[in-house]
Design a protein around this ligand. Structure first.
Ligand SMILES: Nc1ncnc2c1ncn2[C@@H]1O[C@H](COP(=O)(O)OP(=O)(O)OP(=O)(O)O)[C@@H](O)[C@H]1O
Ligand SMILES: [Mg+2]
Length: 893
């Protein structure tokens, strides 16, 4: 045992980038894992010993004690922030900042009332939003348990027992000293030191931002440990929490958990995904509005200076106008709508939305790419036949394939066999039985890029010969076989015929080699002799055809993107009953995609329905090309080879039993195997989208109308057209009423086509309806002028204020009712809000609050005329709305 290199880190001095000293309770000392490179480092065995563990893991009791001592393996960053911190975070959105600036301006000109109201607005919006987020967080925490991750760990039941049990434990229960197994698609659950590995490559993107997977292997000997790479994350023998296994497998000892991992230490700031389509459009709209707001006060002041002198009251008024333009409830409505959508989806369809804005992207999605295996198929393949190179049944082919599966599983210490290997083992229960007594030497497990797996075997007693058994995708095996062109073509045609029947096909080949001292590598997989083909049946998931049709009916085009044989893919597509070939593109293979430039691919993807023999980079390129072609693209996949595409898509979806890295990378996790949930999630997204768009339309068009009318009034009147207190009181009423959209009962009709928040469309809408709103205000001015028995200029300011206040609240009620969209009677919160506004608008001028706001009631006849104006306005609004919907919204509600 090479002990000599062992040094405790205390004596090595503080290392600049050392793995933080774990965590193991006394008497376990600090774990010497790395140092500054000048001193030799400990061997894995020493590390195991210092953690009071061994190659066979901890005992259950020891693990339990240690868990109690060091605490669960959870990231502190995942803990929910405190209430004050949340409130403070709420202040960071642009509207709140602008409001606060306006508040400061008001305070500076000692307009205390305005400043106070602004403060109230900010507090209310922050509080409602924080409460909404809190509720959403609580329910999603409960849901996260549904998709909680587990790790494969080796534990012994008692000190005396030698053989460990391999079992799955929740990731939070891992402790330093645990020996774990890593397989393709696993998330590395803690910081670990590798003891053994085979073909292991991990994605460290969450830690280093580097997208290509890096090779990891255990320190073969002490000197290699003493040669640290340039950075901690470059060390080949350490894997870090948050990375994902791209291929291969490994066995490792946990050295740091919970707050002691590099991820938690913040040395690797977890990289967030860039902002999505939804955030971009909300930000776009926000900035347009903020420019409006900032322009308003100078405009009002200029108009005032040029045309009228209203004395010192103008600046507070100008500030109040700017405040009234702000849709300050936008962040609240967005958060609440999305959170409610997410909670409802989880409850009703068991769909977990991990990133709430993804709901909007789901609503906007017009293309969904799905991978085949495990998504549209059941992923329970069963061996159908084993054929020799001429197509005759040959049981030996199955035996070789099963030997390969059994030994790769065992030698590579994979946590579990993949579906094809499992089918082979089921079909040939005892491949290592008496008559075929082979022993495993080493294995090169399957990886998606090679599409092969290899086991190196030997016969006990037979010296001087090792047998390579290779199985994998037909093309990949054939290109490594020593065959003439005719034979190759014949086997390819045989495989294509099998695939065209909807079967999955693997080729099996062998080679005899002389034993050797150095490692076997993929470069040795050549000059093989073809043994034959094994075919598998993997039935379509029964719900898949209906679910995909439901998506097509919602205006979402479906694309099949798979690693499988082109004929198998084409057959699956056919069985799904979707349009055989949209456009002329037909089917594209990964090889053809490689030959296309990005521009050519963007053209080709829109015409192609089925993509076959796609590796992970192809899948990601297809998604990127679809997005470049202007499609909001979703990707539904479950494998480690789908991760890049899940991340590249606007919205990534995966089934619940997807591999851990896919679940981590996806925005939406389907709780059940049923694909129909996707359509339901799309509907929920679209409903939420309608609610948010409605809020924006209502709030912005009436705010804009009011601001326009105020500008005109400043020009016409010798007095300030509205006291700041009135502007703000009115604004508070609007805000409260508009909040009801967040709680709106569902509009009955869900949009039949993809919907997205489009800033340009919104701008068009709000200029039209804003102008209409301003017209109603001007008509009201005329009514007041006529009925107050003097020219407008001679009207009592209080009567004018009162009349306009009443009209404003009533028109707002009308706008809420008529622009709400959707069919069905208005009931529930929206109806109540509209009615409430009307009542307040009419009554307040009569109450003691009236004089406080500078308002007084109108003469009775004015109310009759006002009713007329409102009736006309309502008709015009309904007509304009219907016309607009027909023209610009494609008849959508
Ligand atoms: N365990 C395995 N051993 C050998 N070859 C395999 C194994 N699993 C898959 N293959 C081969 O590799 C090919 C590609 O597999 P990959 O996992 O990349 O895609 P897939 O799972 O077939 O398709 P999808 O993308 O729809 O999930 C398979 O079609 C099969 O021929
Ligand atoms: Mg797959």
């Amino acid at each position: 045992m090479p002990e000599a290199g062992g040094r405790a880190p205390e004596s090595a001095g503080p290392a600049p980038e050392a793995v933080p000293v774990p965590v193991a309770p006394d008497p376990v000392g600090p774990v010497p894992v790395a140092d500054d490179g000048a001193l030799p480092l400990p061997t894995p065995l020493q590390v195991l010993r210092s953690l009071e563990s061994g190659p066979k893991g901890l005992t259950e009791e020891r693990a339990e004690e240690r868990l109690a001592a060091v605490g669960p393996n959870t990231l502190p960053a995942r803990r929910t922030p405190s209430l004050p911190r949340r409130m403070a975070r709420g202040l960071r959105d642009p509207f709140t900042s602008v409001l606060l600036c306006l508040g400061l301006v008001s305070a500076a000109v000692t307009s205390w009332g305005t400043a106070l109201v602004i403060l109230a607005l900010v507090t209310v919006s922050c509080a409602v939003r924080t409460a909404g987020e809190h509720r959403a967080d609580r329910s999603s925490a409960a849901l996260r348990a549904l998709v909680a991750d587990t790790a494969t760990v080796l534990r012994r039941t008692a000190e005396g027992r030698r053989e460990p049990r391999v079992r799955e434990v929740p990731v939070d229960e891992l402790v330093p000293g645990d020996v774990i197994r890593l397989g393709p698609g696993d998330l590395v659950p803690a910081d670990v030191l590798l003891l053994r590995a085979s073909g292991l490559r991990v994605h460290q993107a969450p830690l280093t931002g580097e997208s290509a997977p890096v090779a990891k292997h255990p320190p073969e000997d002490a000197p290699s440990l003493a040669e640290p790479g340039p950075g901690l994350f470059d060390r080949p023998h350490l894997c870090f929490q948050g990375s994902g296994v791209a291929s291969g497998s490994g066995t490792a000892v946990v050295v740091a958990t919970g707050a002691d991992t590099q991820l938690a230490a913040g040395q690797a700031a977890a990289r967030e995904r860039g902002i999505g389509a939804f955030d971009r459009s909300v930000y776009g709209i926000s900035w347009i509005l903020i420019r409006f707001m900032l322009l308003t006060p100078p405009l009002v002041l200029m108009a005032d200076a040029a045309f009228g002198e209203h004395g010192g009251g103008t600046l507070p008024f100008a500030v109040a106008v700017a405040v009234s333009l702000t849709p300050e409830m936008l962040p609240v409505v967005v958060t609440t709508v999305l959170a409610r959508g997410g909670v409802a989806l989880a409850r009703e369809c068991r769909v977990i939305v991990r990133r709430l804005p993804a709901l909007h992207d789901l609503a906007a999605m017009d293309v969904l790419c799905v991978d085949k295996t495990g998504t549209v198929t059941q992923d329970r393949p069963v061996v159908d036949r084993a054929l020799d190179a001429y197509g005759r049944d040959d049981a030996r082919v199955l035996r070789w394939a099963a030997l390969n599966a059994a030994w790769t599983l065992q030698l590579a210490e994979l946590p579990a066999p993949d579906a094809l290997d499992e089918a082979l083992l089921d079909a040939d229960a005892d491949p290592c039985g008496e008559d075929e007594a082979y022993e495993g030497v080493t294995a090169l497990p399957f990886d998606h890029a090679r599409r092969l797996s290899t086991a190196v075997l030997r016969r006990p007693g037979v010296l001087g010969a090792h047998t390579l058994v290779v199985k994998g995708a037909v093309e990949n095996v054939l290109e490594r076989c020593a065959l003439d062109e005719d034979a190759r073509a014949r086997v390819r045609a045989l495989a294509a015929r099998q695939a065209a029947d909807g079967l999955r096909v693997l080729a099996v080949a062998t080679a005899t080699r002389t034993p050797r001292a150095r490692d076997w590598t993929p470069a040795d997989e050549r000059g093989l002799a073809l043994t034959g083909l094994v075919t598998f049946r993997d039935a379509l998931a029964s719900t898949a055809p209906d679910a995909l049709h439901a998506l097509r009916d919602r205006g979402i085009a479906v694309r099949l993107v798979t690693g499988d044989h082109p004929e198998t893919a084409a057959r699956a597509w056919h069985e799904l009953g979707l349009d055989p070939r949209p456009g002329s593109g037909g089917l594209l293979t990964g090889e053809r995609i490689d030959a296309l430039s990005d521009e050519e691919l963007a053209g080709a993807v829109t015409r192609t329905a089925v993509f076959a023999r796609c590796a992970a980079p192809h899948k990601a390129r297809i998604v990127t090309a679809l997005r470049a072609a202007g499609h909001t693209t979703g990707f539904l996949g479950d494998g480690v080879n789908d991760l890049a595409a899940l991340r590249a898509a606007d919205v990534g979806l995966c089934p619940r039993d997807a591999v851990a890295v896919a679940r981590e990378g996806a925005d939406v996790v389907l709780g059940d195997k049923d694909l129909a949930a996707v359509a339901r999630a799309v509907d929920a997204g679209r409903r939420g989208g309608v609610a948010i768009a409605t809020y924006l339309r209502v709030a912005l068009s009436s705010n804009l109308g009011n601001a326009l009318a105020m500008l005109v009034a400043v020009l016409l009147l010798p007095f300030v057209p509205m006291l700041p207190a009135q502007v703000l009181a009115q604004n508070l009423c609007f805000d409260a009423a508009q909040l009801s959209f967040a709680f709106d009962r569902r509009p009955r009709a869900v949009p039949a086509r993809p919907t997205a928040l489009d800033p340009r469309e919104l701008l068009r809408f709000l200029t039209r309806f804003g102008l209409l709103n301003a017209l109603a205000d001007l008509a009201t001015f005329a009514v007041i002028a006529l009925t107050a028995h003097s020219a407008v200029t001679g009207a009592e300011p209080e009567v004018f204020h009162g009349g306009w206040f009443t009209e404003n609240l009533l028109t707002q009620g009308l706008v809420i009712l008529l622009l709400r969209g959707g069919s069905g009677r208005v009931r529930g919160p929206v109806g109540l809000a509209a009615a409430g506004l009307g009542v307040l608008g009419v009554l307040i001028p009569f109450t003691p609050l009236g004089p406080a706001l500078g308002t007084a009631p109108l003469p009775p006849v004015a109310y009759a005329l006002l009713a007329l104006v409102l009736g006309l306005y309502g008709c015009a609004l309904a007509a304009a709305r219907a016309r607009y919907a027909a023209r610009h919204l494609g008849g959508q509600p």
